[in-house]
Design a protein around this ligand. Sequence first.
Ligand SMILES: Nc1ncnc2c1ncn2[C@@H]1O[C@H](COP(=O)(O)OP(=O)(O)O)[C@@H](O)[C@H]1O
Ligand SMILES: [Mg+2]
Length: 293
Amino acid sequence: MAKIGIFSRNPFSWPSQQLQQAIIYYGYEPVFLKLSRIVNWIGFNDWKATSEGVNLYELLAMIVRPIGRCSLEEAIYRLDALHRLVRAGKIVVNSPSAIEKCIDKFYSLSLLEENGLPVPKTVVAEDANDALEAFHKLGGDVVVKPIFGSRGVGITRVSDPEIAIRIFRTLQFYHGVIYLQEFIHHGKRDIRMFVVGDEVVAAMYRESDSWKTNIAQGARPVAFRPSDELEEIAIKACRVLGCEVAGVDILESPRGYLITEINSQPGWRGLQSVTKVNIARKIVKYVLRRAKS
Ligand SMILES: Nc1ncnc2c1ncn2[C@@H]1O[C@H](COP(=O)(O)OP(=O)(O)O)[C@@H](O)[C@H]1O
Ligand SMILES: [Mg+2]
């Protein structure tokens, strides 16, 4: 039976279980793999890359769940290992190049802007004084984000210049990159669209009691049917980043829709609770279609 790998830190997590069941549903064998256990064999005739003893070259396809917290060296190695698999013709979803673009908020936002997609005014700098100047240019009310962050962790709204400069100096001291974005008055909700291939398979409003609308921060999923215009924005954004499975985050601002980020390793438990579409099956069906073409 052909095998499909799932790179996951936790095979018992809800999304991993959903993917496992979907793979079985389509008549394939799921195999859990760990990125941290990849071994690359170079100069050997066989065993080119393994993870916990599984030969990755013998899998029909691989699905990548979150890369996880790791050092820069580990992150680059893990992505390089996935690149090697792609060069060998293996199907890896999402591809390492898409993951690289999406996990870096500066890289993805600049690509989206270059391709005519709407994004918030954002400034990225290393020097605290440059960041302070940008803080004022952005209207003195900004959101400071980790450049590689997720789930709303570490994101802070700052509107006091004295606090702003303290934060910027601290980030500079620790060699962080300072990522500032105009604060968008979005009415404590945003839109999450889940894209698989060229299709928005499900969408929701995430409604919150605060300005942070991540489900991980306590926001509530509310069923939502996106317009054609919104679906087009989401699909185009994914195409620009080469992302095949993605959570697209959009804020409704007084000047229209603005994309805040594209998640290349999205969860979908909240979304699954407000849609009848089986999202894991959509993902697996797409991966199988790629593997067969
Ligand atoms: N520029 C902004 N103005 C207002 N709220 C924002 C802005 N950017 C992000 N947010 C809020 O913070 C949440 C997390 O931001 P996001 O950029 O998606 O980072 P993360 O990767 O942590 O999810 C968003 O879902 C949104 O609710
Ligand atoms: Mg987000």
